[in-house]
Design a protein. Structure first.
Length: 204
């Protein structure tokens, strides 16, 4: 964890030093103070979990905007429902900046893990845009928790089984697949089937 923090801080400094060079002086938004940015960066509230995103997608929450910052090729191979693709290198294009700072919209950045999404969050936040978040663990974690959730051990806390129950329902919703008879009576989300998609392997 410590090494990860050092790496992220290094990325932050590089972004702060060079990121705004992509903008012209006329187009440059008002930027926030680096010290304020550092304070916000260490807050866990800038992350949203795969469970939170799955619930918002199932409920068709109109406030959610998923922004996939991977390459176009990766996005075409597999992406989360309702996500749009804005590769990190194109983030500061004028037409792409218009997606951010919309009142009432929760923008969640998505990458394979959460490293590239973290970089995107820092850059966008530095430019003064609020309402931005990072999908914790990225698509790799989505695969492990939503697409292929693992049943807790029999002696696990009840909260773990509640989470598992939701994830099995979400798995059925996003893949169109069935669930085991042993789990069928426990699924408590409203299921609306969608066409089954191919999924890629990964890890949290």
């Amino acid at each position: 964890m410590m090494n990860r923090n050092y790496i992220f801080l290094t990325i932050l400094m590089l972004v702060l030093a060079a990121g705004t060079l992509f903008l012209t002086m006329d187009d440059e938004p008002k930027q926030i103070d680096p010290e304020i940015l550092l304070q916000e960066m260490i807050q866990p509230t800038r992350y949203v979990s795969t469970d939170q995103v799955a619930k918002m997608l199932i409920q068709a929450d109109p406030s959610l905007m998923l922004v996939d910052v991977r390459s176009a090729d990766e996005y075409e191979e597999f992406s989360l429902p309702r996500s749009i693709n804005i590769p990190l290198e194109n983030l500061l294009d004028k037409e792409n900046l218009s997606y951010f700072g919309v009142p009432g919209t929760k923008v969640v950045f998505v990458s394979n893990d959460d490293i590239k999404a973290d970089q995107t969050w820092v850059l966008v936040k530095r430019l003064g845009f609020n309402g931005t978040y990072v999908l914790k663990g990225g698509i790799n974690c989505w695969m492990q928790t939503i697409i292929d959730p693992q049943r807790p051990s029999d002696d696990a806390p009840s909260a773990d089984f509640k989470t598992y129950t939701f994830r099995k329902g979400a798995q059925m919703y996003f893949t169109g697949g069935g669930i085991d008879d042993s789990d069928a009576s426990k699924v408590d989300v409203q299921i609306r089937r969608r066409e089954k998609t191919n999924v890629a392997a990964g890890g949290c």
